[in-house]
Design a binder for this molecule. Structure first.
Ligand code: ZN
Ligand code: ZN
Length: 278
């Protein structure tokens, strides 16, 4: 299993001199499981993944959306392989409020916000509305991959995903706010996983409202401390801090990484281009 990070930010892309090391694109993670390609979220990092895939045509991929806030979908209209015939995409997501994933992706491409409609894209697209706790199994040649979801705690809803392939596992758990105790559903999803990619949007002092304005309670995001708590509780081997706040510069994230590593050594902050092999 090979995991590659194409976008690691939350909320909005933040290009510029203060984010050169970590990167400025929003959430998108590629998970290669032998011949099966799983993509987690379609933030602006998806555009870069799309450019990479142009050299590997035809493309077949299974794209799982955690939820449909902008920073998780707004790379999709710029995902070049979706414009090309011969490619096939399976797209999965929850039904948020009263819209399906398909309706929401079509909505962000509607006239006058975007000049090309979802239905004009030449690739084959198959949409799947997930139910909570569902496991999707994908078989391709020798490879069998299972992708299970669990609900997180976030405004408008969110799914975390666990990808299992040949004794290896990665959990993608972004845009979730911890409770006072470890979230039992997420701990169950993460149990004994090799790698946990976790929402570490706020520093503990920001979450508490000691710096940076009001407390962030109820905003639907976590801190590295809570990622570590979940990782320990679920016996996770390795932790990646993800979905960085747009205000966090390279220096802030490097400092957060050092603080986290002092508590949990097998921990890194996600950076664009980071590759982890399991
Ligand atoms: Zn987000
Ligand atoms: Zn969100």
């Amino acid at each position: 299993m090979r995991i590659k990070f194409w976008g690691v930010r939350g909320s909005i892309p933040v290009p510029g001199p203060d984010t050169l090391d970590v990167g400025g694109n929003t959430s998108c993670v590629e998970v290669r499981c032998g011949d099966v390609l799983v993509v987690l979220d379609g933030g602006t990092g998806l555009r870069l993944l799309g450019l990479d895939l142009l050299g590997k045509m035809p493309v077949e991929a299974h794209i799982f959306f955690s939820h449909v806030h902008w920073d998780h979908i707004h790379g999709f209209p710029f995902f070049a392989p979706a414009f090309l015939p011969g490619n096939t995409f399976y797209l999965y997501g929850g039904v948020n409020v009263n819209h399906t994933l398909e309706r929401t992706l079509a909505g962000q491409m509607e006239n006058p916000s975007f000049p090309v409609c979802l239905t004009d894209l030449a690739a084959r697209m198959h949409f799947h509305d997930l139910t909570e706790g569902q496991t999707i199994t994908v078989c391709e040649g020798q490879d069998t991959v299972s992708i299970k979801n669990a609900r997180g705690n976030h405004p408008n809803g969110v799914y975390a995903y666990r990808v299992d392939h040949q004794q290896h596992s990665v959990v993608y758990c972004t845009d979730t706010e911890h409770y006072d105790v470890v979230d039992a559903q997420l701990a169950d999803l993460c149990k004994d996983a090799d790698l946990l990619i976790y929402d570490a949007m706020y520093l503990p002092e920001e979450y508490a409202g000691e710096v940076g304005g009001r407390p962030k309670t109820g905003w639907g995001h976590s801190t590295y401390e809570h990622g570590i708590r979940l990782a320990r509780d679920a016996n996770v081997k390795q932790l990646v801090l993800f979905h960085h706040d747009p205000s966090h510069t390279d220096a802030v994230i490097a400092d957060m990484e050092r603080r986290a590593q002092a508590l949990f050594p097998r921990c890194v902050a996600a950076r664009e281009g980071l590759v982890i092999d399991l």
